[in-house]
Design a protein around this ligand. Structure first.
Ligand SMILES: NC(=O)c1ccc[n+]([C@@H]2O[C@H](COP(=O)([O-])OP(=O)(O)OC[C@H]3O[C@@H](n4cnc5c(N)ncnc54)[C@H](O)[C@@H]3O)[C@@H](O)[C@H]2O)c1
Length: 359
């Protein structure tokens, strides 16, 4: 089993990674001394695949265990469904030392963390991420939240889990398109933080998309290490953590413009990373050769890299102006200055952004 620690003083926690570790979850929970009743929050798709294993494991460790299922889909990551979870926790009599487990992708992780952070002013929660995106990104770092009809992830908290328990074996049932979404975030870490890791992603494509266990465990571990390092230094995104937004400023605008129906999140991030790298080159931060290497890697994995003809740059810019990251009217961009390093920029001239989005 591989271990990564998120170092946050008294709120530090471990990320444990190992193929086939799912049935060991219950025993691990026992060591925390949580109250005797544990809630598992999931959706019907994931629960049908892994629910029995998880319940058996938790019950086998002596806990009483119940399940709360919310429908599968980003549209259910909202306040109403978090309220539904809270009601179920109240009905079951969970107390302030209780723990709930998020079994699923980023949607389940975000809404479960949000419910955990507000139930009785905060109870324990454990992440059991089952998508690659959740294993390399959303389960680590403590951003929780739900969507509002006026904007994605607009309601939320910073609230750290007690443990992240990652079984890469769960990726074997994940649809290939969802796997690629996680890969987009892995490529992001290479670009903003670690050139060698970027090189690994270039060389090992066949093993990675083929879910070869060693390659998959390595990319999950390295991604978690990078995210843990960033979060340990800047938990609440007052500075450094913003580098993780690389690809997301344009990516979110693309998702909003296409009403979350045409691109999955990771696909929009892939496109966003290509266009933001182009912006970086326009600003003379990144050279032409590195821009080409970035675009090639993103394309090699089958992620989109060019803005489709029917997407209007003006509309995208107006969405960017309403992004959560806008402060005092200035948009925020995390931009690579080389493969393996990025900087945060605000106040970029509109004409430069327009050039980056030009077809
Ligand atoms: N908190 C953060 O730091 C953070 C970071 C990035 C993204 N997010 C959030 O994460 C969410 C996206 O997460 P996601 O990409 O994991 O999507 P998701 O949770 O919707 O999962 C994608 C699909 O895969 C299915 N699925 C999950 N695991 C499976 C498995 N092992 N086998 C088969 N099917 C499986 C799910 O049921 C769903 O249909 C968004 O809401 C986004 O805002 C949060």
């Amino acid at each position: 089993m591989e271990k990564v620690t998120v170092d946050l003083g008294r709120r530090s926690y471990e990320i444990l990674i190992g193929k086939g570790i799912l049935p060991g979850l219950g025993e691990k929970l026992k060591a925390f001394g949580f109250s005797p009743i544990v809630g598992v929050i999931s959706n019907p798709t994931v629960f049908a695949l892994y629910g029995d294993q998880v319940l058996q494991s938790i019950r086998g460790a002596g806990f009483d265990c119940f399940t709360v299922l919310i429908p599968d889909g980003e549209e259910y990551k909202d306040y109403a469904w978090s309220h539904y979870i809270l009601t179920e926790l109240l009905k079951r009599g969970l107390d302030r030392n209780s723990c709930i487990v998020a079994l699923g992708g980023g949607v389940i992780g975000d809404i479960t963390g949000f419910a955990a952070s507000t139930y009785m002013r905060g109870i324990h929660f454990v992440q059991v991420p089952t998508t690659l995106l959740a294993q390399v990104d959303s389960s680590v770092g403590g951003k929780t939240g739900v969507n509002h009809y006026m904007g994605k992830n607009m309601i939320g908290t910073f609230y750290q889990p007690r443990l992240v328990w990652i079984d890469p074996g769960t990726l074997e049932t994940l649809p290939p398109r969802e796997l690629l979404c996680g890969i987009a975030e892995v490529i992001k870490y290479g670009i903003i933080w670690d050139e060698e890791f970027f090189g690994f992603m270039s060389k090992m494509k066949v093993d990675i998309v083929g879910l070869e266990p060693e390659a998959i465990s390595f990319i999950i571990k390295r991604s978690c290490e990078i995210k843990a390092e960033v979060v340990s230094n800047d938990e609440r995104e007052s500075g450094l953590r913003a580098v993780l937004n690389f690809g997301h400023t344009i990516g979110h605008a693309v998702e909003t413009e296409t009403r979350y129906t045409r691109f999955l999140h990771g696909e929009a991030v892939g496109l966003g990373m290509c266009l933001e790298s182009r912006l970086s080159k326009i600003l003379r931060l990144l050279d032409a050769e590195q821009l080409e290497r970035i675009k090639t890697l993103i394309s090699v994995y089958g992620l989109p890299c060019d803005l489709p003809d029917d997407l209007d740059a003006g509309n995208l810019i107006s969405h960017m102006k309403h992004d959560k990251k806008v402060v005092a009217g200035e948009m925020l961009f995390a931009l690579p200055e080389r493969i393996g390093g990025a900087v945060i920029r605000r106040g970029i001239a509109l004409t430069d952004i327009e050039r980056a989005l030009a077809k």
